[in-house]
Design a protein around this ligand. Structure first.
Ligand SMILES: *[C@@H]1O[C@H](CO)[C@@H](O)[C@H](O)[C@H]1NC(C)=O
Length: 212
């Protein structure tokens, strides 16, 4: 009895728990740099490290601007399709708060966004990822719900961002011009015992969409 207790205590001490690293990812639909960072850096890093190490918050709004909140007007850097795409992504994050679900969905869209209409691309990805397309499109098409999500995403996007993807790790900007290893950066920021995946590598991405 005593021995069993000692063993389980030792095992608990080996896997030292720590707070996950907070990662804020500000993106916009149709921004090539956002798509590249999401697909090549963020998703592989999250898949490697998991939610115990990374607390991911995705905010799809980027360099869009709410021009008149009462009149519900906004402009998006890549036009109407981007506003619509941001809305689909805000809806999927709201309906599927687990990053494992919404990251795969956004990553799917990023890979096919150039080859079909915005709604068709999100429908295709819903089918591919086993998510409820009726629910996602109902959210997108609901004027009140979708506007509330746009306003919330605008508020959650740091006003001082100068480009997207704008990545904030534990409150500090992750500078795409300087950093070369997102996985290593998150592993360094994590104060718990380093997971085995920390010895791996993911791609470095550099494309950006400037906030003009
Ligand atoms: C994860 O991030 C969200 C948004 O910043 C925050 O509200 C939440 O408390 C964080 N969770 C943990 C476990 O740190």
């Amino acid at each position: 009895m005593k021995l069993a207790l000692a063993v389980s205590f030792a095992a608990a001490a080996v896997a030292r728990a720590a707070d996950p690293v907070n990662v804020l990812l500000c993106i916009e639909a149709y921004c090539p740099g956002c798509q590249q960072f999401t697909v090549d850096d963020l998703i592989p890093t999250y898949e490697a490290l998991g939610s115990d190490v990374m607390n991911v918050t995705v905010v799809p709004f980027g360099n869009a601007h709410i021009t008149d909140e009462d009149a519900r007007t906004m402009t998006c850097q890549h036009g109407e399709d981007e506003c619509s795409g941001n809305s689909y992504e805000q809806c999927v994050i709201s309906l599927y708060p687990d990053p494992t679900d919404h990251l795969a969905y956004i990553g799917c869209f990023d890979k096919i966004s150039g080859v079909m209409a915005v709604d068709k691309a999100f429908e295709t990805c819903a089918t591919q990822q086993g998510l409820d397309w009726d629910g996602i499109s109902a959210c997108h098409d609901d004027a009140d719900q979708s506007w509330a999500l746009q306003v919330a995403a605008a508020a959650a996007t740091p006003a001082d961002h100068t480009y997207v993807p704008w990545v904030v790790v534990n409150g500090e900007q992750y500078d795409l011009d300087v950093e070369t290893d997102f996985l290593g950066f998150i592993c360094d920021a994590y104060t718990g015992d380093k997971p085995a995946a920390c010895s791996g590598k993911v791609a470095k991405t550099t494309l950006k969409c400037e906030n003009k």
